[in-house]
Design a binder for this molecule. Structure first.
Ligand code: GLV
Length: 314
C-alpha cells in the first residue's frame, strides 16, 4: 500500500477507487498544504493540479515520489527535466478534454465577435432601450478566416467546428501536418497567419519558446478588426500589451479563458468591454472533468502496480 497525495477535490469516484488499495491523503489547498508536509516523506504518487508548481525543490523534499499525475493536458506547471533526472514519471490527461476545450474556444469566439457578454451586461444594467439598425454591431463569423496556432488535438477540433461556419482555416505549428491530418486547413508561417486571419485561436503548449509569442509587436501586426482567442495558457500572450491592442487596435475583441498570473487579471483587460473573460473553464463540463480525474488516477494505479501509465509525458 503506497501513500498517494491528492491535491484537491476531484469529481467522480476515482479517489474512492484509489483508497481501496492505497493510503490517500487529500487536501484542498494543494501541495503547499500542511497535510502534504505531514506525509511527504512517504508519498509515492501525487495527483497534481495545474495550480501546483512541481519543481526541483518540491521533488528533492519528496524522496519516495515515483509519479506526478497532472489533472490537465498542459504540464507547464511541472519541471520535466527535474522529474526525468530523478526518475519520476509524469503523466497528463490528453484526449478526454479535447472536445470540451474546443467547444469553449468556439464559444469565446462567438461571444467576442458578436458581443454577447457585453450585451448581457448592457441588458442587466437596464440600458437596452430597443432595437435599432446600428446597435451593437459586431464582427462577422460565418465565412471569416480562422487562424489556428498549434494544430494538435484541440486545434484540430476547433478546425472541425469552423467547417460548420464555412470558415477557411489557416494553421501554424513547428511542423507541417500531412494533408490528411490537417482538417482541410492550410499551413502558413505564424507571421502570415496573424496578418491574414480574422480570428486567431491559440492551442499550443506553454514552453519557453511560446512565452509571449503574442507580444506587443506581434499583436500590432494582427489584421485590423481581428479577434484573438486564448484557451491554452495565459503567458503565451503579453496581457498588458493585449489590453493596449484592444483599446487602440488593431484588435476588435478577445476571448480569454487563461491569464498570465491566474487568478489575477491585468486591470487593462478588466475594464475593456471588448474582452470576454472566462475563469479557466475550458475543460469544465461534467463528463470531461470526471474523465480527467479518472485518467489521472488510472495513471497513478498503473505506475504503482509497476506498469506503464496510460498517458505518460515524453
Ligand atoms: C487545462 O487547462 C489543461 O491543460 O488541461
Amino acid at each position: 500500500m503506497a501513500t498517494v497525495f491528492v491535491s484537491g477535490t476531484l469529481p467522480g469516484d476515482g479517489v474512492a477507487a484509489l483508497r481501496a488499495s492505497h493510503r490517500v491523503v487529500q487536501a484542498e489547498d494543494g501541495i503547499r498544504s500542511a497535510a502534504f508536509a505531514d506525509c511527504r516523506a512517504d508519498v509515492e504518487a501525487v495527483v497534481a493540479l495545474l495550480t501546483d508548481r512541481i519543481d526541483a525543490a518540491f521533488l528533492d523534499a519528496s524522496p519516495r515520489l515515483r509519479v506526478v499525475a497532472n489533472v490537465a493536458v498542459g504540464v507547464d506547471n511541472v519541471d520535466l527535466p527535474a522529474c526525468r533526472a530523478r526518475g519520476v514519471i509524469v503523466t497528463n490527461t490528453p484526449d478526454v478534454l479535447t472536445e470540451a476545450t474546443a467547444d469553449l474556444a468556439f464559444g469565446l469566439l462567438l461571444a467576442a465577435a458578436r458581443r454577447i457578454a457585453e450585451g448581457d451586461r448592457l441588458v442587466r444594467a437596464g440600458a437596452f432601450t430597443g432595437w435599432t439598425p446600428t446597435f451593437m454591431l459586431g464582427t462577422r463569423v460565418h465565412g471569416a478566416t480562422l487562424g489556428i496556432v498549434g494544430m494538435g488535438r484541440i486545434g484540430s477540433a476547433v478546425a472541425r467546428r469552423a467547417r460548420g461556419f464555412s470558415m477557411p482555416v489557416l494553421y501554424t505549428q513547428r511542423s507541417r501536418l500531412d494533408a490528411t491530418l490537417a482538417e482541410g486547413a492550410t499551413y502558413v508561417e505564424l507571421e502570415e497567419l496573424v496578418t491574414r486571419a480574422d480570428f486567431v485561436s491559440i492551442h499550443c503548449p506553454l514552453t519557453p519558446a511560446t512565452t509571449h509569442l503574442f507580444d506587443e509587436g506581434r499583436l500590432a501586426r494582427m489584421k485590423p478588426g481581428s479577434v484573438l482567442i486564448n484557451t491554452a495558457r495565459g503567458p503565451i500572450v503579453d496581457e498588458a500589451a493585449l489590453g493596449r491592442a484592444l483599446e487602440h487596435g488593431p484588435l476588435a475583441a478577445a476571448g480569454l479563458d487563461v491569464f498570465e498570473h491566474e487568478p489575477v487579471i491585468d486591470p487593462s483587460l478588466l475594464t475593456r468591454p471588448n474582452a470576454v473573460l472566462a475563469p479557466h473553464i475550458g475543460s469544465a463540463d461534467r463528463p470531461t472533468r470526471q474523465a480527467m480525474a479518472s485518467r489521472a488516477i488510472a495513471n497513478v494505479l498503473e505506475v504503482l502496480a509497476g506498469r506503464p501509465p496510460v498517458s505518460p509525458i515524453g
